[in-house]
Design a protein around this ligand. Structure first.
Ligand SMILES: N[C@@H](CCC(=O)N[C@@H](CS)C(=O)NCC(=O)O)C(=O)O
Length: 265
């Protein structure tokens, strides 16, 4: 009998719940983890909704925990705790969860798929999450938006005109490639965590730059990308999640709405 790969091995007992540690009040990068857990109907807790949850975030990012001789202190949330494992970095957490939650093809049958899918998730996070964040914080993450408004406008103009269409066109190309397979998904004809990441990025940018996104959607040059967004919304578990109070409103996180940055491309 083939032994289980580390990616699928239960940590300590099959039903160990996942604990997402993230700031309360914004979807933020934690949302990528929530969507994966929700699509898999996984048993999880979320510090955004637990009493004193913010203290758990602070203890971890201030290095007071985990002081267990194994897990290094994380720098920033999202952080995932699963049994005795504590890991951070959004794509790293998704790499861990993907095979466990059935959000990648079987890693025994197609061991390379994980890295292909992960590359797509990393690219979406680069161009459609990190860059939008820098549109309202182009000078310093530690400064207020109000202290970098002029530069934010310049950055957003370039983003909307050049970078956003570039990344949407890239994903349109991926979705039109043979590797995408049948159906609306990025890889192999099945929904993976990369699809959920791209959905969340597109969704956030629709909130942040509605004029640009309406124009790009209307031009039909990125029809497959917008169809993927719609197909994710229509997944029954995601649909229920999006209508639940667990889905937080966009506010002062990565995707923010500032009228002066809502630029026509
Ligand atoms: N590359 C990291 C970035 C983590 C990150 O910047 N987290 C934000 C919240 S979304 C944070 O709290 N950052 C604190 C800081 O950078 O000082 C990831 O993808 O998880």
């Amino acid at each position: 009998m083939a032994s289980e790969t580390p990616a699928k091995r239960p940590r300590s007992g099959k039903d160990v719940p996942y604990n997402l540690v993230y700031w309360p009040g914004i979807p933020g990068r934690g949302e990528h983890i929530r969507l994966a857990l929700e699509q898999a109907a996984a048993d999880y807790t979320d510090t955004a909704f637990t009493e004193g949850g913010v203290n758990e975030v602070l203890e971890l990012v201030q290095g007071k925990a985990p002081d267990d001789g194994v897990n290094p202190p994380p720098c920033a949330p999202p952080i995932l705790k699963h049994g005795d494992l504590v890991i951070s970095q959004t794509p790293n957490i998704l790499l861990y969860l993907g095979p466990r939650l059935g959000l990648v093809p079987d890693t025994d049958e197609d061991p390379d798929a994980l890295y292909r899918i992960h590359g797509l998730a990393l690219t979406a996070l680069d161009g459609l999450s990190n860059e939008p964040h820098d549109c309202h914080h182009p000078i310093a993450s530690g400064l207020y938006y109000e202290d970098q408004k002029v530069e934010s406008k310049r950055k957003s103009e370039d983003y909307v005109k050049n970078r956003l269409p570039k990344f949407l066109s890239y994903f349109e190309r991926v979705l039109g490639s043979k590797a995408s397979g049948d159906g609306p998904w990025l890889y192999g004809g099945v929904l993976t965590y990369a699809d959920l990441v791209l959905f969340q990025c597109v969704d956030g940018i629709k909130f942040m730059f509605p004029k640009a996104m309406a124009k790009l959607e209307g031009e039909r040059g990125h029809a497959r990308v917008f169809a993927l967004h719609k197909a994710v919304v229509e997944q029954p578990k995601i649909k229920a999640y999006l209508q639940s109070p667990r889905r937080q409103k966009y506010s002062n996180g990565i995707y923010r709405y500032y009228e002066e940055l809502d630029i026509e491309p």
